[in-house]
Design a protein around this ligand. Structure first.
Ligand code: ADP
Length: 221
C-alpha cells in the first residue's frame, strides 16, 4: 500500500436478511489522506452500508477494508479502533440528550484516556472555534439544529481521526447551516490530512468534493 493511501476497499460485499438482500456487491476503491470524497446514488443503493463497513460499525460478508494498513478483519475491539481512527457524523446528531454540548464533545476522549483537564480544554477550544463557545453549557435540545450538528462535528473531530465518515450530514439542515457543516468537515480533512467520505444526495456537496464514488443497487457505476 502506498504511503499516502489511507483507505483500501477490496471486493467488499454485504448481504442482509440471510442473503436475500444484497446491499453491496464487490465494491473496490482506494483513497488518500487529505482527500474529500462524495458517495452518491439513490436511496437504498448501499451508501450507509459501505460507510458502516469502513467505520467498523458492521462486518462484511465478502472482501476487505484496510485503514492505514490495518486489515479491519483482524480488529477485535471495534470501539477502540473507532475511537482512535474514525469520526462519524450522521444525519441525526445522536448527541446524548442529558449531557451538555461540552460534555458530549468531551466523551470520545475518555476512550483514549485523555486526562480531565485536557478533555475540558480541548472540547471548549473546538466548540469555540466553531462559534459555539456561548452554547457549550447548553443541552442539545436547547440549541438550534445547525448548532447541534456543528457540535456533532466537533465530537467527531475531537480525537483528530484520520478517517471522517459523514452520512447525509446536512440532510436535516437549511442550506446555510449545511454549508457550515461541510466547511468544517472539509477544513478538517485538509488541515489534518484526514480522509473525508460524505454520503450525500446533494449535488452541490458532491461537486465540492475532490472525487465521487457512485453506487447503484450496491455496485459502483
Ligand atoms: P443508502 O444508504 O444508499 O440509502 P443502505 O446502505 O441503507 O442504502 O441500504 C442498502 C440496501 O440494504 C437497501 O436495499 C436496504 O433496504 C438494505 N438494508 C440496509 N440495512 C438493512 C438491514 N439492517 N436489514 C435488512 N436490509 C437492510
Amino acid at each position: 500500500m502506498s504511503e499516502a493511501i489511507l483507505l483500501e476497499v477490496s471486493d467488499l460485499g454485504r448481504d442482509y436478511d440471510r442473503g436475500r438482500v444484497r446491499a453491496l456487491h464487490e465494491v473496490s476503491f482506494s483513497a488518500q489522506r487529505g482527500q474529500t470524497l462524495a458517495l452518491t446514488g439513490p436511496s437504498g443503493c448501499g451508501k450507509s452500508t459501505l460507510l458502516s463497513l469502513i467505520g467498523l460499525l458492521d462486518r462484511p460478508d465478502r472482501g476487505r477494508v484496510q485503514v492505514d494498513g490495518i486489515d479491519l478483519a483482524g480488529v477485535r475491539r471495534g470501539a477502540d479502533f473507532r475511537a482512535r481512527h474514525v469520526g462519524f457524523v450522521f444525519q441525526f446528531h445522536h448527541m446524548v440528550p442529558t449531557m451538555t454540548l461540552q460534555e458530549n464533545v468531551e466523551a470520545p476522549m475518555l476512550a483514549l484516556g485523555v486526562p480531565l483537564a485536557q478533555r475540558r480544554a480541548r472540547a471548549a477550544q473546538l466548540l469555540d472555534s466553531m462559534g459555539l463557545g456561548a452554547r457549550a453549557g447548553f443541552l442539545p435540545t436547547h440549541v438550534s439544529g445547525g448548532e447541534r450538528q456543528r457540535a456533532a462535528v466537533a465530537r467527531a473531530l475531537v480525537n483528530r481521526p484520520a478517517l471522517l465518515l459523514a452520512d447525509e450530514p446536512t440532510g436535516n439542515l437549511d442550506s446555510r447551516a449545511g454549508e457550515q457543516v461541510i466547511e468544517l468537515l472539509v477544513g478538517h480533512a485538509r488541515s489534518q490530512q484526514a480522509l473525508l467520505l460524505v454520503a450525500t444526495h446533494n449535488p452541490d456537496i458532491a461537486a465540492a468534493m475532490d472525487r465521487r464514488i457512485e453506487l447503484l443497487d450496491g455496485r459502483r457505476v
